[in-house]
Design a protein around this ligand. Structure first.
Ligand code: HEM
Length: 224
């Protein structure tokens, strides 16, 4: 099967997750984004991102349980648009659900993230500064803005996945061009390589924890 990147076609569905959309755009997941089985999701997380069995299992179980999809045995990328489950406000490159289509990548937001690159790399400080801007903007524009401890856990988990997986072979920082291609085109850049060693659950949780402390401190400052 070809894993050439193709833009989604009319009728295809996509999620607010750049990684899952990239896997569909490259044909590791069904290109239409529909009827994804737990096995397909599990195998693609291992094949594309070299997740350990435990990490991939955790993500699949979490996802199918969260959206109540075990009975159906299938999930669609569109299901992940549901606000208040994994989807949350103040995303890096997507508008809040209350303000527009949460699965459509916003070029100006990608530009803001890339402008926060340091020495040409997206690293923890870049994500922290982008989060700060996104939190302030959402708080101002979205009357129903919600960002409590659950959302801190989710967003810090996404930042952790990004740095530990996309940045796996580049010292846990991501070349700005690779990041731009990942977030904007939802494509795995030609120069990007699959993690050389498996990415484990403790690795993800460790960085997740570090980020949640940073984000809580930022929120405290912004709301005091
Ligand atoms: C079963 C596996 C996964 C599921 C169900 C999932 C689901 C989601 C969802 C629903 C969002 C939207 C959250 C929001 O509102 O911002 C999201 C965002 C995100 N995900 Fe995933 N994801 C998965 C795997 C991954 C992996 C493996 C990576 C990295 C390689 C990743 C990286 C990200 C990033 C960086 C964002 C933030 C996007 C933004 O803030 O604009 N995800 N994910």
């Amino acid at each position: 099967m070809s894993h050439e990147w193709q833009a989604p076609k009319e009728g295809d569905v996509r999620s607010p997750c750049p990684a899952l959309n990239a896997m569909a755009n490259h044909g590791y997941l069904p290109r239409d984004g529909k009827n994804i089985t737990p096995r397909q999701l599990f195998e693609s997380l291992q094949e594309v991102f070299n997740e350990t069995t435990f990490l991939a299992t955790f993500q699949v179980v979490n996802c199918f349980t969260m959206y109540g999809k075990w009975f159906a045995g299938k999930i669609s990328l569109e299901d992940l648009q549901t606000h208040g489950k994994l989807e949350h406000d103040a995303s890096l490159c997507h508008v809040d659900t209350a303000l527009g289509e949460n699965w459509v990548v916003k070029k100006d937001l990608v530009d803001q993230l890339i402008a926060n690159a340091i020495d040409g790399k997206i690293q923890p400080e870049s994500l922290k500064n982008t989060f700060r801007a996104r939190y302030s903007d959402s708080k101002e524009k979205n009357p129903g803005f919600t960002f409590g401890s659950f959302q801190v856990q989710l967003a810090s988990g996404e930042y952790s996945l990004f740095l530990n997986i996309i940045g796996a072979n580049t010292n846990k920082e991501v070349d700005a061009k690779v990041a731009e291609i990942f977030f904007h085109e939802e494509r795995l850049a030609d120069e990007w390589t699959r993690p050389n060693s498996p990415v484990s659950f403790p690795t993800i949780v460790g960085t997740n924890f570090e980020f949640s402390k940073i984000m809580n401190a930022e929120i405290k400052e912004l709301t005091s």
